[in-house]
Write a protein that binds this ligand. Structure first.
Ligand code: PEP
Length: 252
């Protein structure tokens, strides 16, 4: 059975003190519920990863990084490698977030390199992708998504997909308060699974966890997560509020 995941992307929010506080609050709230097949992940900023990992030990809370560089090491001022993430106990990295693509020029070709570096270091990848508003308006969303998967991931073999989580995030729904309808999310997730089945095989397609991201809030999570091909969410804004994040986790 596919794992469900609720992952909070904290982006450039929360200093060390706030990180410690939020981790404590989330740990306390998830202790109260039976998580069953659901994994709960938070992604603090780089400087707070080591502390977050330490404070999440002996709990069910997992910690991910928001990005990494594709090179092993070297003269890349300001960057962080997969090995560095591993050395502080991080096991998962988010790659390809639309903000990385839009503000830092990350292309699918570059992301393919990052994915390779992450997998070579045995990091799990949460790979984000999704169409812009113009693509959706023109009815091109499936072609765009297929092209992103093709360029960034489809050089991998089926076995590698055991370490990949997909996060479909329509760019027009991120941080805008506008959400894809549960049916729009389901249609796209079903399309992604069909694309995986065509490229690889039905078992691989069935086994991949596909998250939805884009203004998931406590009031819409249950309906979105209720769709058969939606295996959880990548949560931005609402993951900064412990009550809202817990309510979203609890929507499963
Ligand atoms: C995100 O940044 O991945 C995201 C989904 O943000 P929000 O939930 O705020 O739309």
């Amino acid at each position: 059975m596919r794992k469900h995941i609720v992952a909070g992307n904290w982006k450039m929010n929360n200093d060390l003190k706030a990180t410690k506080k939020l981790i404590k609050q989330i740990k306390k709230s998830i202790k109260k519920i039976e998580l069953n097949t659901t994994r709960v992940i938070v992604a603090p900023t780089f400087v707070n990863l080591a502390s977050a990992v330490k404070r999440s030990k002996k709990s069910k809370l997992e910690v991910a990084a928001q990005n990494m560089h594709q090179a092993k090491h070297g003269a890349y001022t300001g960057e962080v490698s997969a090995e560095m993430l591993k050395s502080v106990g991080v096991k998962t990295v988010i790659l390809g977030h639309s903000e990385r693509r839009a503000y830092f020029g990350e292309t699918d070709e570059l992301l393919a390199e990052k994915v390779n570096a992450a997998l070579a270091n045995k990091l799990e990848v949460i790979f984000c992708f999704g169409e812009e508003l113009e693509d959706r308006k023109a009815g091109n969303q499936e072609a765009v998504v297929e092209s992103q998967l093709n360029k960034a991931l489809f050089h991998l073999d089926a076995e590698a997909f055991r370490h990949i989580v997909l996060a479909y995030e329509p760019v027009w729904a991120i941080g805008t308060g506008e959400t894809a309808t549960p049916d729009q999310a389901q249609d796209m997730h079903a399309f992604i699974r069909k694309t995986l089945a065509n490229k690889y095989d039905a078992d691989t397609a069935d086994g991949v966890t596909i998250l939805y991201g884009g203004s998931v809030k406590p009031n819409n999570a249950k309906e979105i997560f209720g769709k058969p091909d939606v295996d959880g969410g990548l949560i931005g804004g609402a993951s900064l509020n412990p009550e809202d994040f817990f309510a979203i986790v609890n929507a499963f």
